[in-house]
Design a protein around this ligand. Sequence first.
Ligand code: DOR
Ligand code: ZN
Length: 390
Amino acid sequence: MTPLKEECLRLPGLIDCHVHFREPGGEQKETMATGARSARAGGVLTVCDMPNTSPPTVTVTALEDKVRRAAQVKDCDIRFFFGATKREHLDELKRLWTDQKLHSLKARCAGLKVYMDHSTGNQGMEESLIPEAFKLCAELSIPLVAHCEDPEINRRATEELKQKDITAHSLMRPPESEERAVARVIELASQYGTHTHATHISSRDAMTLIRTAKANGVPITCDVTPHHLFLTIDDYAKLGTLAKMNPPLRSIRSAAHQSALWAAITDGTVDCIASDHAPHTLAEKQTADILKAPSGVPGVETMLPLLLTVAAGKWPGPKLQATNYKLQVEDIVRLCFTNPNRIFSLRAPSGDRVEVKMSEEWVIHGNALHSKCGWTPYEGWKVVGKITPL
Ligand code: DOR
Ligand code: ZN
């Protein structure tokens, strides 16, 4: 990072190690081209795209197709996670990693994504296969990214549910669900020695488990998302289904989840911040059956401005939520460039590729952002930092 003058910074092109660019199969929500344009406008020049597309990225052929499409996209370097729900998908991953002829394709693959429970795209892995995935990834040194929610706890919480308004979504996927899945992932990472990355950690006690596991030498890393750092269940009132995602927003009354995530950034437990950019069209989100609205929020373009605003000593959201969370620009570079670059062996260039004018403030409007979905959960928020890719 190069400070030019006080108000103008130069940064490496940031890495967002968790996005859903929806191509192929979900092009009404986003394409690789529109997702990449949105990333670039937000100072993100490398992304790792998730496998829950249609078809899902669970075969070498599906990965080849995505890599071919991404080669046409110039705004951003798109890498891919492989997915697996069945044994044959793990066989395909093994072939990708071991067949010399697939060497250059393998270089575009950042690792394996394992969904411990179903989310958008129904990619939940068969329970009996989960240890095999950890074993294979350990043997071949493949990073394993885990979506940590427990299907049993989610199922029970959903059955017991009385409420029907949108806040029910957070009750259907409670913090204990994430905590139990994180405990399981830690156990498997420790048993097999798999390099495991727990993505979008959203709750206090799950984060405590990761902190302890790291202290005990378990090979685990983790990321948090901007939406869990900046939004809570109180935002359902204004956003309705636009605030629905998995894992869901958490309460700041029953437990201090949000402040626990910020504390874990400060003490180094959090390795990365990643957007989980998950665009859906407004029409899909604003369905009458609110609990059936698809889960996910866009975020690749707003991640850096939101974080820069905190680095400037301000809070971008509504005043009533204002806090004194701390972050330096150096932390942003570590969390959104250096660490994901190392964890996923991405070899993204470290030279300055983005300029930020810290003296400029602007207001986020969904229709001015570049994602095809055209909306943002941060509508009207005031942020710091005009971003220009160099
Ligand atoms: O909220 C989410 N949206 N969570 C996921 O796990 C998937 C994602 C999507 O693809 O829409
Ligand atoms: Zn995701």
